[in-house]
Each structure stands twice: as structure tokens, then as C-alpha cells.
Design a protein around this ligand. Structure first.
Ligand code: PEP
Length: 240
């Protein structure tokens, strides 16, 4: 299965010049066999960056019309954007996104023909299996088996995001097993096996290879380290 390395730039960088320089550096060095690199910059840069797969960090739960300030899945599709991140913990926390909002956005994205990077993960101290099962079941409600080919699940324990406290490969493996069990109960074992699962949370060039080798994941979602070109390129190369 092709590996997927996704850069989530979040609300960075502040100038287009910096965005262009960062993108250019990554584009030059981040071509690796059997690995797809996806850059998810802020919306404003999406139409301006060319030469690597792109994803947005969010979409509206509405398709079109009187929704000031929103960006629609259809508009992104029209710009040839391939992926959208949905359900990131920062959106759940700072913008009050619930499993129901996440579900609406996932269905909106899939209907528009975007691929979805569906983020799930427990907060510190929460019971991992229960949270993951609940987020998956509610987030994927009414998503058809045939649409699951377009869905990638990113396991991102909230306590590991941006903290430097990355999840051990043992814990990651157990989360992957739990995710697969929920997918089996919803869609059967073939779809569960074919669904790509990523890990995200304080990944850097020192720990990335270990996840890909021993964490049972098909790729990585990178926040902070994706803003440092050398670091991000080293992570991409660690898939080799
Ligand atoms: C993220 O925001 O999805 C993420 C994984 O961030 P970081 O790599 O900085 O922990």
C-alpha cells in the first residue's frame, strides 16, 4: 500500500513568500517511491502552490449559499484540491466541532469528490478504545462502503499533538487494532484492511521511521515538523 505523509501547516506561515519557499524546498526533495506527500496549507495559499498533492485543513458543512466566511468542498474540488482534513482536535476544541459536525463535513467532502483525512484521538486520561469507537461510528454514520476508499483515518492522541510527548509504537499499535475492529464491525474485514491509517502527534525525523516500521500505520500526519523543510524532507525519506 502506498504510504501517505501529510503536512498540516495549520495557521502558518504568515506571508506567501514563506509559504512559497517552504513548498519549493519540499517539492524539490520530497519525491520518494511508493509515498505520496500531501501539503495542507491555509486556504489562501491553496490555488497558488503547484507540483505536489494538496489538501485543505477544513471545509464548510454547507455546500453553497448564504454562509459568510465559509469555503465549500465543491470550490476546493474545482481547484483540483485532492484531500481535506476533517475532525482535527484543534477544530473540535477551538471551534466546537462535534462528531455530528464532523460527520456532516465528511459526507459533504465525499459527495464533492474530495478524499478525507479523518482525525480521531483521545484526550489525556480518556479511555482510548471507547473514544475511538464513538468518534469513528458517529463520524462515519451513513458513509457508504464504496466511499471508504476515499477515507484515510489519522490517529492523533490529543495529548501528543504539539507537546513533544509522542505516543509509543506499542500504544499506536493498540490504537490501530481498535480502529480496525470498529471498521470491521461497520464495514467488514476487507474494507478495514484496505483503509489507510496514519499516526500523528509530535512526529519528527528521529521517531518517524519507527512508526512506519513498528506502529502498523500506513503514513504520518505532521504538524510542527512540517514547517521545517529539512526535518520534513527527512521524515518523507524515512518511508524508504
Ligand atoms: C497535527 O497538528 O496534526 C500534529 C500532528 O501536530 P504535531 O506534529 O505538531 O504534533
Amino acid at each position: 500500500m502506498e504510504k501517505l505523509i501529510v503536512a498540516n501547516w495549520k495557521l502558518n506561515p504568515i506571508t506567501f513568500k514563506e509559504a512559497k519557499d517552504l513548498f519549493g524546498a519540499v517539492k524539490k526533495h520530497a519525491k520518494v517511491k511508493n509515498t505520496q506527500v500531501v501539503i495542507c496549507p491555509p486556504f489562501v495559499y491553496l490555488p497558488l502552490l503547484k507540483g505536489l498533492s494538496l489538501g485543505s485543513q477544513n471545509i464548510s458543512s454547507e455546500q453553497k449559499g448564504a454562509f459568510t466566511g465559509e469555503i465549500s468542498a465543491l470550490q476546493l474540488k474545482d481547484l483540483n484540491i485532492e484531500y481535506v482534513i476533517i475532525g482535527h482536535s484543534e477544530r473540535r476544541k477551538h471551534f466546537s466541532e462535534t462528531n455530528e459536525t464532523v460527520n456532516k463535513k465528511i459526507k459533504m467532502a465525499l459527495e464533492a469528490g474530495l478524499k478525507v483525512i479523518f482525525c480521531i484521538g483521545e484526550n489525556e486520561g480518556e479511555e482510548k478504545n471507547t473514544i475511538l469507537q464513538n468518534q469513528i461510528t458517529k463520524g462515519l454514520a451513513d458513509v457508504l462502503p464504496a466511499q471508504m476508499e476515499q477515507v484515510v483515518i489519522a490517529y492523533e492522541p490529543v495529548w501528543a499533538i504539539g507537546t513533544g510527548k509522542n505516543c509509543s509504537t506499542e500504544e499506536t499499535k493498540s490504537a490501530v487494532e481498535s480502529i480496525k475492529n470498529t471498521l470491521i464491525s461497520l464495514y467488514g474485514s476487507q474494507i478495514a484492511e484496505n483503509t489507510r491509517i496514519l499516526y500523528g502527534g509530535s512526529v519528527n525525523s528521529t521517531n518517524s521511521a519507527e512508526y512506519l516500521k513498528n506502529g502498523e500505520v500506513n503514513g504520518l500526519l505532521i504538524g510542527g515538523a512540517s514547517l521545517k523543510p529539512d526535518e520534513f524532507i527527512a521524515i518523507v525519506k524515512s518511508t524508504e
